[in-house]
Design a protein around this ligand. Sequence first.
Ligand SMILES: Nc1nc2c(ncn2[C@@H]2O[C@H](COP(=O)(O)OP(=O)(O)OP(=O)(O)O)[C@@H](O)[C@H]2O)c(=O)[nH]1
Ligand SMILES: [Mg+2]
Length: 413
Amino acid sequence: MEKAIIVGLQLPESHDFEYMMQELHSLCEACDVEVVGTIVQSLDKPTSATYIGTGKAEEVKEAVIAMEAKMVIFDDELSPTHIRNLEKIIEAKVIDRTILILDIFARRARTREAMLQVEIAQCEYMLPRIIGLNRSFSRQSGGTGSKGPGEKQLELDRRVLKDRIFRLKEELKDLVSIRRTQREKRKKGDALTVAIAGYTNSGKSTLLNKMLEFSVENSEKYVFEKNMLFATLETATRAILLKNNHRFLMTDTVGFISKLPHHLIEAFKSTLEEIKESSLIVHVVDASNPEHDKQIEVVENVLRSLEVVDVPVLYVFNKVDLCSAPVTSERHPLLSISALTGQGMPELVKKIDEMLYSHLHRVKLLLPYDKGQIFSFLKEKANVFSSEYGNDGVLVDVELNDYHFNLYRQYVK
Ligand SMILES: Nc1nc2c(ncn2[C@@H]2O[C@H](COP(=O)(O)OP(=O)(O)OP(=O)(O)O)[C@@H](O)[C@H]2O)c(=O)[nH]1
Ligand SMILES: [Mg+2]
């Protein structure tokens, strides 16, 4: 494990400063970095040359020597100038929260799509900093030591980096269009989709796994859940079929965090499109986290930046098994559950079902015998309660969405 000193700058507007430092600590852990010291400073605004004051920077240098730290990690994104000047004073590798997050993503990425997205974000981050970073990257490998583009890009100039970004984006484009086609197909099949979104480690994957237990056809694979930041990087979609024959798809997505690097959001936009196009968002909140209100805001801000605006949201306060007091919040509709113990799950399933299917029309259609293809379609895609063969055709008791209701209106009995 590499040793690091973490440094935080408390600005007048940073009310959740302590929590942010704690989170920085967790981010370090996720990168196998051992925090051997914390230094903080309160200022009205960052200094233009060195982010913290120069006197403070000297103090950091002394701490680095005393603790034998290999690097210094700052709580916010540093400018190229900051990095350059700080490294001159401190004489150790200087990195920031953004690199740390990018590093974790790079370690966790498994699919080609995720790897491309992370590398694009890393390259975009590097682009304006290539001069400042050269020094630190020449001394050690990229970021905190994982295989970032740091090493590979070392000798390359901006042009080459730009070229690389271009090529990565081209490759990503192809993958994205495949994903889009799949999604279009699903839409044609009229599958309703529910996106699970929320802060990292709030229990999104655990919730999806628990939902599978409520599915009648449950041959589905469980998704990966773990107590660590950014356990999920790939979106995973699973089909849920309820006892009442209502069917929908549920998608687990990458978690959000405060100060989520802008380049990362950009790079993951295509993956996150799933959220934008879903019929319902289940916003999972870790109710046991004292900062959960802040986390909700962070998630809502990211959703806004992804232009997710008109999708209904169901707030799910998770981990209530860890809460001593009942959950209170102004958000609604809201349900409290424990995805671990299953508490509140039947109510959640019912609520999701209601929100997805309340706009359906339950009707009786009389389909003439020469319209057999409509009947086959309904049997496959809609919720058919019963059917009766009469003289004029088949009488079908069925639930239709708005679109199909209008399409088959003429057959309504
Ligand atoms: N006590 C308790 N723990 C929970 C509950 N739900 C999830 N957890 C734990 O919280 C940790 C994170 O769960 P995940 O489902 O991986 O969280 P996530 O939101 O998918 O996290 P990322 O994919 O990293 O963004 C795991 O250790 C879970 O076992 C719950 O209701 N109660
Ligand atoms: Mg997850």
